[in-house]
Design a protein around this ligand. Structure first.
Ligand code: ATP
Length: 748
């Protein structure tokens, strides 16, 4: 086929030509770096030999310092040129793996011929700065993700450009080999997506750059708004989209955005392990990644109870209390540094007292800080007159003198001694100014405990109150991303919203995966951020890229009808869920052993997702070596059968999921159990087996019925495809009844 297809031949020829150019660019860059490196090394050697380090007198010292400064600026210049080339080299190397994954043919103006634009994971220009490959994040690449044939638009610097998309072609390429190409005219036929999804579970998060879908692209390329809240069904790509959004922001704001300005909150360490391997286009721009606990610890609060589960009413009580707060003399603490008290608590209190006409809050704190800096300066001035301190200064060793004064101290008169001693005390007690800035002089615990009727403050409460009083926030943070936002409590989100009051938030989650009691609902999340950030925009992701239509219909059968009818799966019809309701303990264990034995013969990874740790323990004793118990830091095997609890399974995916404890007492008809079951089922890509010991959970029964009803109502829809006939290999266990798609009939 490929040999006789002229389009294939043309595209292969184009690929070979581009590949050769990339290779040439790589070779030239490598050579340039090597020669510049040698030249730089030689220049620096020559220059540094000319610099004599002479600190004998003030003049010599000045000259030496000036020479070192010149040398440093030469090094900086080399580094900048070097960084630029290294970055370009990194991009060419990334492209050698796969130069591009798509092209669009665009007619930019009516009377001009259409232009082919090749899109890759990073961009590259030739010697004359003409684009060979455009970056997937560039404005023009939006036409590819919009998935609209014919007239379409893209945004450049906020202006809409109208173009005609004549062709949208996707490529499967390995290095310089074109494996196949697909011309797509209808969004649904995303062949590259379907081939990317035709696979078994892999542990790593994957790079979805080539196949980002339209609804996902709306999040990735969303306008920069104060808060964007994304509610997406299980497997809709929230985590993947989050990574793409970060890469997009770094590209779009490459002149001004640095990795330290982006904070990423995740429930566990998965990101840290994978972020740099997932998105080569991120280069070295990895954001700062935190779990809630790490965040609290980074603020020096790790010794307190973190307070995540504390009632948000207490935060409101603190807010209300601050409004009417009168500070007491005991609310202040002394300012000290290097073991020395520099301002007594009473002096701090009297400084604050000067501004007592202002209510307790940022204004009062700022004025008090200024006053304290002045008082500290006065105190340091007095210390400089102290003869003992002057003697200390004169006794400093040479290294210390050079560090503090930039020269050896040799005062000729009292005035000079005083001046040097002043610089010495300023250096020695510099941290006192920092302590004033940090408002260490206020006893937040004492104030908080008074406002909370004598209770001690958790880390969350302490931070919240301190922010309320000082008005501080993280000034450097520009973007804060929170994955799995449904797992955060109101308290946690109120603290984050206030701490990052000037940053823009991207919050992603799934209301139906809130598997812990007491976490914030989406309306609560919205209300919190509306209070701190004004507006909250929202997006929905309603397609599952993970689970088959049968599995999607099953877990969506657990949610309210409106959301259910709008959700779908991109996959083709697969295997119906298998349900085994067993009466006796023996029969139950036989059925489970049989499921495990069969799973060993399947491709990919099967996971028994149990309700909690104690069930994992019990099941592992019953099933012995036939299953491997999975712990938090374990790497997922590629195949076989693993056993883990729901909390650990969260966020992961498996080819086959077995619910080994689907009985009514484990999954009663409560909202929490419903969300837990939804979460467990939605880990599955291709197959689900539900086994109960005793009466089947009513949730399973109603989910099966809902799936069946939506299949009947809308047989064409993906989610509504409903359970298909049982797969041939589903053999019921001895005393188990097998239900697939029909009415579940647990054995009486
Ligand atoms: N556009 C896409 N192209 C290819 N694969 C995709 C795409 N979007 C998502 N996927 C795949 O679908 C699966 C689910 O994605 P992801 O884990 O990001 O979803 P999620 O919404 O965070 O899931 P959950 O909330 O259930 O944990 C992953 O295997 C991911 O690689």
């Amino acid at each position: 086929m490929a040999e006789t297809d002229p389009i294939f031949q043309q595209e292969q020829a184009h690929l070979s030509e581009i590949y050769e150019q990339i290779r040439q660019i790589r070779d030239e860059l490598a050579l340039k770096l090597e020669t510049t490196h040698k030249q730089a090394a030689q220049d620096l050697r020559d220059m540094s030999e000319e610099v004599t380090t002479d600190f004998t007198s003030a003049d010599e010292t000045m000259e030496t310092l000036a020479a070192i400064e010149t040398l440093n600026s030469v090094i900086d210049a080399y580094n900048q040129a070097h960084d630029f080339d290294v970055d370009r080299l990194r991009r060419t190397i990334a492209l050698l793996r796969q130069p591009y994954f798509a092209k669009v043919r665009l007619k930019m103006r009516p009377n001009r011929p259409a232009r082919d634009v090749y899109i890759g994971s990073v961009g590259l220009t030739d010697k004359d700065r003409r684009p060979l490959i455009v970056d997937w994040r560039s404005p023009i690449a939006e036409t590819y993700y919009n998935q609209e044939s014919g007239p379409t638009t893209y945004l450049v610097d906020g202006k809409v450009r109208h173009v005609d998309l004549e062709l949208r072609r996707q490529f499967d390429i390995t290095a310089d080999q074109l494996n196949s190409y697909f011309d797509t005219t209808v969004a649904i036929e995303d062949s590259l997506l379907l081939s990317a999804l035709r696979r078994h579970h892999t542990e790593k998060l994957r790079d979805i750059t080539a196949t980002i879908q339209r609804e996902q692209n709306e999040v990735v390329r969303h306008a920069d708004v104060p808060v964007l809240l994304v509610n997406g069904i299980a497997g809709s790509g929230k985590t993947s989209v989050l990574l793409q959004r970060i890469a997009y922001l770094f590209y779009n704001e490459r002149e001004s955005l640095s990795p330290e300005q982006v904070y990423l909150f995740t429930p566990n360490d998965v990101f840290k392990r994978y972020i740099d391997t997932v998105l080569p286009s991120l280069g070295e721009s990895n954001p700062q990644t935190f779990t809630w606990r790490e965040f609290v610890a980074s603020l020096g609060l790790k010794d307190r109870a973190d307070g995540a589960a504390g009632s948000s009413d207490r935060l409101r009580q603190l807010d209300a209390g601050v409004g009417a707060l009168a500070l007491e003399p005991e609310d202040f603490r002394e300012v000290s540094a290097d073991g020395e008290v520099l301002l007594q608590a009473s002096q701090v209190a009297s400084a604050a007292e000067k501004f007592a006409r202002f209510p307790v809050g940022p204004r009062l704190v700022a004025l008090t800080k200024d006053e304290l800096h002045v008082r500290l300066d006065r105190k340091l001035g007095r210390l400089a007159h102290d003869e003992d301190v002057q003697a200390e200064m004169l006794g400093l060793d040479v290294d210390e003198q050079l560090r503090i004064f930039g020269e050896v101290a040799n005062p000729v008169d009292d005035a000079e001694t005083l001046e040097l001693t002043r610089r010495y005390v300023e250096d020695r007690y510099a941290s006192a100014h920092d302590a004033i800035e940090r408002v260490d002089w206020l006893r937040v615990d004492r104030i908080g405990s008074r406002l909370l009727d004598g209770r001690t403050l958790t880390a969350a409460e302490w931070l919240y109150l301190k922010l309320a009083i000082t008005g501080d926030s993280a000034p450097a943070a520009r973007y804060v991303m929170v994955d799995e936002v449904q797992d955060y409590t109101e308290t946690q989100l109120m603290v984050l919203a206030r701490y990052f009051s000037r940053a823009h938030f991207l919050l992603l989650g799934d209301e139906n995966q809130a598997i812990r009691e007491g976490t914030a609902t989406f309306p609560q999340i919205r209300a919190i951020f509306e209070r701190t950030h004004g507006e909250v925009d929202s997006c929905e992701l309603l397609t599952s890229y993970r689970s088959s239509p049968e599995i999607t219909a099953l877990f969506m059968g657990l949610v309210e009808k409106d959301a259910r009818s709008r959700a779908s799966s991109v996959h083709r019809a697969g295997v119906a869920p298998e349900v085994l309701a067993c009466d006796s303990r023996e029969g139950y264990l036989d059925a489970l052993r049989d499921v495990v034995a069969r799973a060993h013969g399947e491709e990919g990874l099967c996971a028994l997702v149990a309700q909690d740790g104690s069930r994992v323990h019990w099941l592992s004793r019953q099933l012995g070596d036939s299953v491997r118990v999975l712990h938090a830091d374990d790497i997922l095997p590629e195949r076989g059968v693993v056993l883990l609890d729901l909390a650990l399974a969260k966020g992961l995916e498996f080819d086959h999921v077995v619910i080994p404890d689907a009985q009514a007492e484990v999954y009663p008809d409560t909202p929490l159990a419903r969300r837990r079951l939804y979460t467990a089922l939605s880990r599955a890509m291709h197959k689900v087996t539900i086994v109960s010991q005793g009466e089947l959970s009513p949730l399973v029964t109603s989910a099966l019925a809902a799936a069946k009803a939506s299949a009947t109502a809308d047989p064409g829809s993906a989610a509504g495809a409903g359970p298909a006939p049982a797969a041939d290999d589903s053999v019921p266990a001895a005393d188990a009844s097998m239900t697939a798609g029909g009415d579940p009939a647990p054995e009486a």
